[in-house]
Design a binder for this molecule. Structure first.
Ligand SMILES: [Zn+2]
Ligand SMILES: [Zn+2]
Length: 154
């Protein structure tokens, strides 16, 4: 198992909200669904799935997106950068947008989700893809594969 070079630090565009990652991610994905296209204003969202205890947040965040209790989309109240999503797997995990990281140069998603809605010409570098979300029974194998082969910081 290779070294993740933790901790990692990151911030929103304006710097008002800072994050610190202290535990290794368990998965990395790119979601091409229509909701993620709209939330990012881009072609897809990137997620690093972290144990909830592995993300420290400094600065107030605000809830955005559809304001549903689950999942809870956190944004910077000033620059409106989409920061992370809480409430994954009953709150055990949080999906961090790795673009916030000071060094995001190593980030490669392991799986594409929402591929049915993928915009033409878009490639994320992921090695597997799902039309919507992976079926529950696939998660253990995906996480094993990610722990073994997932992209690491240089
Ligand atoms: Zn900000
Ligand atoms: Zn999505």
């Amino acid at each position: 198992m290779s070294d993740w070079n933790l901790p990692w630090t990151g911030a929103c565009l304006c710097g008002q909200v800072r994050v610190r990652v202290t535990e290794a991610p368990v998965f990395a994905s790119a979601c091409h669904c229509r909701a993620c296209q709209k939330l990012t204003g881009g072609a897809y969202s990137l997620s690093l799935m972290l144990p909830a205890s592995g993300l420290e947040v400094e600065g107030e965040t605000e809830i955005g997106g559809l304001h549903n209790p689950v999942p809870e989309h956190h944004f910077c109240p000033s620059c409106k950068t989409w920061l992370f999503t809480r409430g994954i797997a009953g709150g055990a995990f949080v999906n961090l947008r790795p673009s916030l990281l000071e060094d995001a140069s190593w980030v490669v998603p392991y799986a594409d989700t929402g591929v049915a809605d993928r915009l033409p010409g878009v490639q994320s570098g992921a090695r597997v893809g799902y039309p919507a979300f992976p079926p529950v029974e696939d998660y253990a194998g995906l996480m094993e594969g990610y722990a073994r082969d997932g992209a690491r910081p240089a």
